[in-house]
Design a protein around this ligand. Structure first.
Ligand code: GLN
Length: 498
């Protein structure tokens, strides 16, 4: 299965039909996708092929647009009408939303065909996809390892060439970190660039949706269709969306004299040595193309994970209060009274990590502790944002690693939440500051992909994609793909709820 751009070309030239390609995606989802456990639900074959045939007819009439008939998958956090939306939680198992997320609607209206909903950490809380009620996702490069999280199913599906592209959400790194660990390109937009309407909320002041694809070109095509103001999300920004795909060609020129900051705190001894070397090599490649490198200081970075943990937990405890056994999803059997209905529905419906966050969040917001934790974290957030914006006045963008290591083994960090949260050390800052950032494949260590992260000022998605695209013109890391297992082998990661 090709990427978005190649698929669009095949369709345009009449060398393939959307019907064939959609069927191929479904077949691959049922075989290799099952082994990786990257889907939670798949589109009903006849219904989706019907949509594919309609897009083939649209193209035949000359009424197609670039994305007409191109298959994609949505993270199972986006509300869809045709398929259930579970958020990988027992709480929402089989839940059918009455609404469709704006992102889903826009990509559908742009002509894309949704073949399935991808696995994820429950309610997007996690960095390894081990927190899914539907079982862990395997990394296609090594099935013993995690794909990253929380958009691990989307990243694994794109990396394993099961689907041209997928959507994800990023609250603290959940697009970029799995993109890095699976060797694909993932972009987290500026807060407010993409509508959150119809995305199950985790931490509303941090959540953003974005694309995962093979290349910056593919990410640009998707983001262009996803982004823009939405009357259904008052935090979306009114400014018009740049034509990201058209802007890519200017990347070469844009690099001349481009000031790239290398944050010292992202490249110190805590970073895996080989990952650090690859990031430095990538920076030098851009320097050879005319960029000007400079070391910069982000002195508040050490506080980012702590502030994120407090703020994300606080917002999650509030957002997840709606799952009470009355209005949505799971309800316990035969409660004795109303408080037992609440208590047991939530106890039985949520997994361990979600409960940990709800309890932490409730604590940091409670009377007597709110000032010490929540309000303090908001002040730190402000310092982090101000420092980023200041640094991005002296430079045009920042370059560093996406994640401190390549993919770790399943089970390695799950019993040690603090260690797990530290996987997000380079990504959470952008969410706290609302900045856009992209992760692109930048090499391999021990046969596992490594991601480079580019961070820009608000609404610099066009610039980030230009630089990422130019980097991909000069390198071929993004073209590498994991080996295909022989057909018919049983799955490594279990695919059914406990
Ligand atoms: N890994 C981070 C967390 O567990 C980020 C999750 C996300 O971005 N949704 O909270």
């Amino acid at each position: 299965m090709q990427g978005v751009l190649e698929t669009a070309r095949l369709l345009e030239q009449g060398d393939a039909s959307s019907e064939e390609l959609t069927l191929d995606c479904l077949r691959r989802a049922r075989s290799h996708g099952r082994r990786l456990n990257c889907y939670i639900s798949l589109a009903e074959e006849e219904a989706v092929l019907e949509q594919a045939r309609a897009s083939d007819q649209r193209r035949a009439r000359g009424a197609g647009t670039p994305l007409t008939g191109v298959p994609l998958a949505h993270k199972d956090i986006f509300c869809t009408r045709d398929l259930p939306t579970s958020c990988a939680s027992r709480m929402l198992e089989g839940y059918r939303s009455p609404i469709e997320a704006t992102v889903v609607r826009r990509l559908r209206e742009a002509g894309m065909i949704c073949v399935g909903k991808t696995n994820m950490d429950e309610f997007a809380m996690g960095s390894s996809n081990e927190n899914s009620y539907f079982g862990p996702v395997a990394n296609p490069w090594d099935p013993e390892r995690v794909p990253g999280g929380s958009s691990g199913g989307s990243a694994a599906a794109v990396a394993a060439r099961l689907v041209p592209a997928a959507t994800g959400t990023d609250t603290g790194g959940s697009i970029r970190q799995p993109a890095a660990l699976c060797g694909v390109t993932g972009l987290k937009p500026t807060y407010g660039r993409v509508s959150r309407h119809g995305i199950v909320a985790f931490a509303s002041s941090l959540d953003q949706a974005g694309p995962l694809g093979r290349s910056a070109e593919d990410a640009a095509l998707l983001l262009h269709a996803m982004a823009g103001p939405d009357p259904l999300d008052s935090t979306t920004d009114p400014r018009p969306v740049q034509d990201y795909p058209a802007a890519l060609a200017a990347g070469k020129e844009r690099l001349q004299g481009l000031r790239i900051g290398l944050p010292r705190q992202f490249l110190d001894e805590r970073l895996d040595a080989r990952v650090g070397e690859l990031i430095q090599e990538s920076a030098r490649l851009l320097e050879q193309q005319g960029a000007v490198l400079r070391e910069v200081e982000l002195t508040h970075q050490d506080l980012a994970v702590a502030a994120y943990c407090v703020i994300a937990a606080a917002e999650c405890s509030s957002n997840l209060a709606r799952f009470d056994g009355v209005r949505y999803g799971y309800r316990c059997e035969e409660p004795r009274d109303l408080s037992e209905l609440y208590l047991r529905s939530r106890t039985e419906g949520f997994g361990a990590e979600v409960k940990r966050r709800v309890i932490t969040g409730t604590h940091v917001l409670s009377a007597g502790y709110q000032e010490a934790y929540y309000l303090q974290a908001l002040k730190v957030r402000r310092l982090i944002r101000d420092e980023f914006l200041q640094t991005l006045e002296e430079t045009d963008l920042l370059l560093g690693p996406t994640s401190p290591t390549a993919a770790f083994r399943r089970g390695e960090k799950i019993a040690d939440p603090v260690n797990m949260y530290l996987s997000d050390v380079y990504t959470v800052g952008c969410n706290l500051a609302g900045l856009p950032a992209v992760s692109v494949p930048a090499g391999f260590t021990g046969g596992l992909p490594v991601g480079m992260q580019l961070i820009g000022p608000p609404f610099s998605e066009g610039l980030l994609l230009q630089v990422a695209h130019r980097y991909q013109e000069l390198s071929d890391w993004h073209l590498q793909h994991p080996p295909e297992p022989p057909p018919g082998e049983p799955g490594q990661a279990g695919g059914t709820p406990p």
